[in-house]
Write a protein that binds this ligand. Structure first.
Ligand code: WT7
Length: 655
């Protein structure tokens, strides 16, 4: 194994002997049986064609997969469908208009109950409104909103019209929004006046005003009133949702689009330069989102109440709140707020209130619940739960067991689902009802998906061995590229194992002795804070954009709650020698302003020098040793070997 793949190893490297087979009762009623693996193995393309039949196609495809222009895939070639029709209309047409699609729970406690018939009316009205604004299939729309129903109506209205949405997380800064609007040349931003943040309204529209002042492609800003926050108004450009959407007809006829029509762009951080606009298309994406949601969560549309706690600003919200679940006629909870507003039992109160049966969250939140204590969930009736899911980073066995015991009453299967913004849908996961689960391991590629752990040469490692996780066969929901940058797409994902034609996910992984896959974290420098990938370069650039900073290096240091915490090392400019508490606070705030609060460094250390190689590359490995209070590793490749002493001594003196 290389030095790189050992770097991000987490505490789940230990052998795990505990396994939890599904109960006979669960297995007997499960959507997925072991035959699914056999069917996929026998004929992969026929298997995916069968999964695609879950959807309504206006015209059927002529070819399942066209991989002749690899790594640019085409799935269900020649097929036509409407993604929103598949998520909404067809459920109404099949007689389920009165089924609740969304139990929406606002942070302040207001609620909305939305049936499929209501959803169809709202999406139709929104689609008619966007048409009135002059938008046409292929145009891009930025959505910068909190977790309110209008965000989902907006995504589905875009899908319905063939508009490509770019959802920007509402916690991101004006600058992050601006660069994403610019990269996609979006014509419209949909936003709100404000959003609730831990019980208090916070303005959102000012960030949009700041962003669009510099983005000439934007023609209109459509604003939902959420918090009654007073906002500045640009006549002609800004439009209230209530003025435009409410008056529209609730009838709208969907048009069928090509299977490869762009559905959305979602930006994700990279190691270098600007965020990458990950492009997803329609038919293959919806097929895999739908198939995985149905089988991995064992969704029973008539009886389950599903809840995915993600924000629609992340891919989890796209695939497992909007497209996968709604295509499967889910009844789901959508919650606007934070887990501790107004109290630390809020999630369990919601589970009890709606009888949630499937709950999907992230390890960072599970660790937070652990910190708050098991007495809190113990106060609520959680007996409706029957499947628990995890996503975003490796889940430590200890957290997995806590989750199973305290939330799942030692009864529910846990599905640890590995995937990425780029993969579009779940790739590696247990199947509840089939797999004997193992705390800390995502275990096995799903039927139809192929993943391998390989060494530096691209050769599969033996059981017990570690290396790089690769995907060696195309899959329907794979990214179709990076928006506007085909070269970067090839370089980023397909160059590491170009000879073998493998997609390199950027994660380290190992096989245990049973051949189950364990994810070991990123092999590059991207940090994972609360399940969010944040590039070191972006944080460093933000720090350096502050007038007092000459140079900066940031690393992710293990953090018991957020997975990793950002630790920044900065060299101040000669005329700004004050490295006191005020200066440090100013830098942390500055990063929050430039990138968003999620990127705010946990610690900022003012240092006289940074460790660099002779070619000038910062050696973050050594800084990670400092940040995690370890003795410093090998310094022989340092340009100046005294630098690490200078850094350590300076920090010790400073306390
Ligand atoms: C990266 C992708 C997929 C939606 C959320 C994050 C890490 C994700 C797991 C898991 C270990 C995981 C990987 C991956 N990751 N799920 N179950 N076990 N690691 O999407 O922001 O694109 O991040 O998150 O490192 O590459 P994303």
């Amino acid at each position: 194994m290389t030095e790189q793949s050992q770097g991000p190893a987490l505490d789940n490297l230990l052998t795990e002997s505990r396994t939890f087979p599904p109960s006979d009762e669960f297995a007997a009623a499960a959507n997925a049986g072991p035959d699914l693996y056999a069917a996929a193995e026998a004929d992969r393309e026929a298997f995916w064609a069968k999964q695609a039949e879950r959807l309504h196609w206006d015209s059927k495809w002529d070819q399942v997969l066209d991989w002749s222009d690899a790594p640019f895939a085409k799935w269900f070639v020649g097929g036509k469908l409407n993604v929103a029709y598949n998520c909404v209309d067809r459920h109404v047409e099949s007689g389920h208009g009165e089924q609740i699609a969304i139990h929406w729970e606002g942070e302040p406690g207001d609620t909305r109950t939305i049936t499929y018939a209501n959803l169809l009316a709202e999406v139709s009205k929104t689609a008619n409104a966007l048409t009135e604004l002059g938008l046409q299939a292929g145009d891009r729309v930025a959505i910068y909103m909190p977790m309110i129903p209008e965000a989902i109506f907006s995504m589905l209205a875009c899908a319905r019209l063939g508009l490509t949405h770019s959802v920007v997380f509402g916690g991101f800064s004006a600058e992050a929004l601006r660069s994403r609007i610019e990269d996609a040349s979006a014509k419209l931003v949909i936003t709100t006046d404000g959003q609730y943040r831990r019980g208090k309204p916070a303005a959102l529209k000012p960030a949009v005003d700041e962003a669009v002042a510099q983005t000439p492609t934007i023609e209109h800003v459509l604003v939902v009133k959420r918090t009654d926050t007073e906002v500045a108004w640009t006549e002609g450009r800004d439009i209230w949702w209530s003025d435009l959407v409410d008056k529209q007809s609730d009838q709208h006829t969907p048009e069928a689009f090509d299977s490869e029509h762009p559905l959305y762009i979602l930006y994700t951080s990279g190691t270098t330069g600007k965020p990458k606009g990950i492009l997803h298309t329609s038919g293959g994406y919806l097929t895999q989102a739908s198939y995985t949601h149905f089988n991995v969560f064992d969704l029973k549309p008539d009886t389950d109440v599903y809840w995915c706690t993600a924000d629609i600003g992340w891919v989890t919200g796209h695939s497992y709140i909007v497209y996968g679940p709604l295509s499967n006629r889910v009844t789901q909870v959508v919650y606007e707020g934070t887990p501790n507003t107004p109290h630390e039992g809020r999630h369990w109160e919601i589970v009890q209130k709606y009888g949630v049966s499937i709950y999907y969250t992230a390890p960072t939140l599970i660790r937070t619940f652990m910190k708050w204590g098991k007495d809190i969930p113990a106060k609520y009736d959680l007996s409706s739960l029957r499947v628990l899911g995890s996503v975003g980073e490796p889940i430590n066995p200890e957290a997995w067991i806590w989750y199973r015991e305290n939330i799942g009453a030692n009864r529910t299967p846990i599905v640890d689902t590995w995937w990425q913004t780029e993969t579009g849908a779940i790739m590696i996961s247990p199947l509840p009802g089939v797999t004997s689960t193992k705390p800390g391991s995502a275990q096995r590629a799903l039927p139809g998906v192929s993943a391998k752990v390989v060494d530096d040469q691209g050769k599969e490692v033996p059981h017990g061995g570690g290396g790089y996780l690769v995907l060696d066969k195309p899959w329907p929901s794979m990214l179709r590229g990076i928006w506007g940058d085909n070269d970067r797409y090839r370089d980023t994902y397909w160059s590491r194992f170009a000879d073998q034609g493998f997609y390199f996910a950027g994660d380290g992984a190992k096989y245990d002795n049973d051949g189950d896959i364990w994810l070991l974290g990123r092999v590059d420098d991207v940090m994972n804070v609360s399940g969010h990938r944040i590039s070191t370069t972006e944080v460093e650039s933000a720090l350096v954009s502050h007038p007092t900073v000459a140079e900066a290096a940031v690393v992710g240091a293990t953090d018991p709650t957020t997975g990793q915490g950002i630790v920044a090392f900065v060299i101040l400019r000669g005329d700004a020698v004050d490295g006191g508490a005020d200066a440090v606070k100013a830098l942390r705030d500055h990063v929050a302003k430039e990138i968003g609060p999620i990127a705010k460094p946990r610690q900022v250390m003012v240092v006289p020098e940074l460790p660099k190689t002779r070619s000038g590359k910062i050696m973050r490995r050594l800084l990670r040793d400092v940040a995690e209070n370890r003795s410093i590793g090998d310094v022989t490749t340092l340009a100046d070997s005294s630098v690490m002493d200078m850094i350590s001594q300076g920090l010790n003196k400073g306390g």
